[in-house]
Design a protein around this ligand. Sequence first.
Ligand code: NAD
Length: 362
Amino acid sequence: MSKIARIGIVGTGIFGQMHMKAFTQLQNEGKAELVAVADLIEDRRQKAAKEFSVKAYADYKEMIDKEKLDAITVVTPDAFHADIVTTGLEMGCHVLSEKPLATTMEDCNKIVSVAEKHPDKILMVDFHKRYDAYHLELERIIREGEIGKVQYGYAYMEDRIEVSRDWFKNWPAGSSPFWFIGVHFVDLIYWVIKSKGDKVFATGRREKLRSLGLDFWDNITAQIVFKNGATFTVDAAWTLPDGFEAIVNQGLRFIGTEGIIEIDSQDRGAGACLKGKSQQSFNLGFYSEKRTPDGRMLYGGYGIQSIMEFVYHMNFVMNGGDIRKLDGLYANAYDGLEVSKICVGVHKSAETGGQVIDLSSL
Ligand SMILES: NC(=O)c1ccc[n+]([C@@H]2O[C@H](COP(=O)([O-])OP(=O)(O)OC[C@H]3O[C@@H](n4cnc5c(N)ncnc54)[C@H](O)[C@@H]3O)[C@@H](O)[C@H]2O)c1
């Protein structure tokens, strides 16, 4: 019988729910065992434990040790991934870290150095944009040269203001619209054009959220020059009005010497105006639910798929597969570092009012 991973989740907040759903489904399919969750907040961990019938811990190290886990997933706020990721690896676990890998170069370098000491363990960063069917096709088209050499492009990702105003007001430190959502498209561009960042220039505003007493950037616009010469502009913002038709607005364009690709990732052609509400649109590509005849839920969409891929890779390794065969199939520590480096440069530039940052200096 093949081995399946015993998994624990660190962080049972908003996005921890997605991890719990993905692993519960894999458990139903006999492909993973969700054993426990850890959270510093008692109510949250107890609620999650009850809902998903797992054990709850305040201390994730105790969870790894007592439950003899094969893997953990790190779903804590952006600035608090590094210690948990490195401790997880050092305690013998495969690790899935939520994006971004970390928000400082110091943390990223520390993670890379620990990951290098544990080459038999998977460290994957959850950059789910890589699993969107539209982006898989984008990557294929560009890899096969169908728009020629990519010269420039644009991506935008903007959240409705409730994300910054209501979801993250309690985050202690270390996030911004660029860290929270811009990072997704930075990774997507890096993955599609297969080139590291060279230099960046960024500006932003802090007025709307400050007027609400929140010390966050409203928006950041970055221009990123990659080592292969391609230049991309990325907008990230946290201030779309409450009446906007979806929680996220997003899209991209890639322009090459022989062609152009444009994707509206928000408007996927589904709209509704429900009783007492304004017009809404749905990105069912990200998350979907379906009930089975025996009453279980099946979860789908690229938000779930990327978490599941971690388990498929881990099961391959745990059953004797050569981990090197997985190279390039998921975002690893080096990818996480390259993407965070661009974002660190972007924030440094925005903080200095638009200084050009040479990324080799970071
Ligand atoms: N992939 C995506 O689409 C996506 C979407 C949303 C959030 N995220 C990422 O997921 C992460 C979590 O975001 P969220 O919205 O769930 O945040 P959240 O604040 O809702 O939840 C984070 C939880 O982590 C817990 N926590 C913090 N430090 C801990 C520790 N040392 N041990 C145990 N628990 C600890 C907190 O108590 C909290 O319950 C962030 O990195 C975020 O960027 C990813």
